[in-house]
Design a protein around this ligand. Structure first.
Ligand SMILES: Cc1ncc(COP(=O)(O)O)c(C=O)c1O
Length: 395
């Protein structure tokens, strides 16, 4: 026992010595464009939240949760199939399905659970599971847990995907899974090409739209809407913990036979509690708010274009793209962490990501834009970036 904990202590010391130790910061205010942190003097501009639409502290969203506590109490106190589910879960699931133009939806306490409860539930050794190499960790774990023929294709490389599809023609089913928006690069999957290949090789495409729901498309319906393919992707997983209120939760949306089957067999559904009803109510209110205020998505898009343009003018080279995830490669993990510390000193909260979240040598700071930002926030961030960037020789 002591050997184990001694080893962990040693490894933690090494992380600190190498400057790659992640220090958690503590927020003392709601998630918003400007936040108070225990670790900073006063307020800082927040550039590292997935609060894309600024709904985390939206009064209507918060009030919906408060009312749900009154109506339903704290939670189900067991898993859904044993002790039932609240009407707010059913209303949320119907809303998600209609929002995405799909037949049905099933919620989980996280998108992590939605993903790990997906493929292992209905694919086995007669089937093939094909996954992009840069998919989110929850998809990677789900792939590892699935007892099928597993193929990984090079990131967004359609000829490599086609190779995998050709190699698996003997399988009973071919299931292709991709992030809609890749969280570390901010790029969008090549959905139209993927759908064409799926048609040609009789495969089912699923996307994890966690960074696209509420973000992409004219009305925030995600990657399919972005490409004019709303309702055409058979299976979508996503989170309720980012643009849609930011509390927690995730879902799988697709044909009723899929969600019914998951209700019967998916392990996180069978062996883990339902989403707390207040959280379900926040999420439902967030989707309703978005439907009534599509201008939020436009503001997010406008903020993103403004920020990207000004970064380029200042001499930074963000990874190109159209999404509010704007990564700037710094190189070594310790340098990325240093850049984020310098920015914190300038009143900007932005996180440096390094190994093992991204490959060695590609450590970065990842700026995330929100509809909650005003131009003066973005201008202040750009000034701070210029100062920190010149100190570190990034520009
Ligand atoms: C693409 C993707 N999928 C899934 C998740 C997990 O979502 P949740 O926090 O709901 O478990 C994340 C969160 O970082 C994500 O970026």
């Amino acid at each position: 026992m002591s050997g184990l904990f001694g080893r962990l202590r040693d490894e933690l010391r090494e992380m600190r010595e190498q400057g790659v130790y992640k220090q958690l910061v503590h927020l003392d205010s709601p998630q918003a464009a400007v936040v108070r942190l225990k670790e900073s003097d006063g307020e800082v501009i927040n550039l590292c939240s997935n609060n894309y639409l600024g709904l985390c502290d939206n009064p209507e969203v918060v009030e919906a949760g408060r009312a749900a506590y009154e109506e339903y109490g704290a939670g189900t106190s067991s898993v859904r199939f044993i002790c039932g589910t609240f009407t707010v879960h059913r209303r949320l699931e119907e809303k998600i399905a209609s929002f995405l133009g799909l037949g049905s939806a099933l919620t989980y306490v996280s998108c992590w659970n939605a993903n790990t409860g997906l493929m292992p539930t209905f694919l086995d050794d007669e089937d093939a599971l094909i996954s992009d190499e840069l998919n989110h960790a929850s998809i990677i774990d789900s792939v590892r847990m699935t007892k099928s023929n597993r193929k990984i294709y090079k990131h967004s490389d359609m000829s490599d995907l086609e190779r995998a599809l050709k190699e698996t023609q003997d399988a009973r089913h071919r299931f292709v899974i991709t992030d809609g928006v890749f969280s570390m690069e901010g790029d969008i999957c090549r959905l139209p090409d993927m759908m064409e290949l799926a048609e040609k090789y009789d495969a089912v495409v699923a996307i994890d739209d966690s960074h696209a729901t509420g973000v992409l498309g004219e009305t925030g319906r995600g990657t399919p809407e972005h490409y004019g393919m709303h309702g055409a992707v058979p299976v979508i997983t996503s989170t309720l913990g980012k643009a849609l209120g930011g509390a927690a939760g995730g879902f799988t949306a697709g044909p009723p036979e899929l969600t019914d089957y998951l209700t019967q067999r998916s392990r996180p559904m069978l062996f883990s509690n339902a989403l707390p009803p207040a959280t379900a109510a926040h999420s439902l209110a967030a989707i309703e708010y978005l439907e009534e205020h599509p201008g939020l998505v436009k503001k997010l898009r406008d903020n993103t274009s403004y920020f990207r343009e000004k970064l380029l003018e200042a001499g930074f080279k963000p990874i190109e793209g159209d999404t509010p995830i704007v990564p700037i490669i710094i190189g070594e993990t310790a340098e990325a962490i240093r850049m984020s510390k310098l920015l914190m000193d300038e009143g900007v909260f932005v996180i440096g990501f390094g190994y093992p979240v991204v490959p060695h040598g590609t450590a970065r700071i990842r700026c995330q834009i929100s509809a909650a930002h005003e131009t003066e926030h973005l201008d202040a961030v750009l000034d701070a970036m210029k100062k920190a960037g010149s100190k570190l020789g990034v520009i």
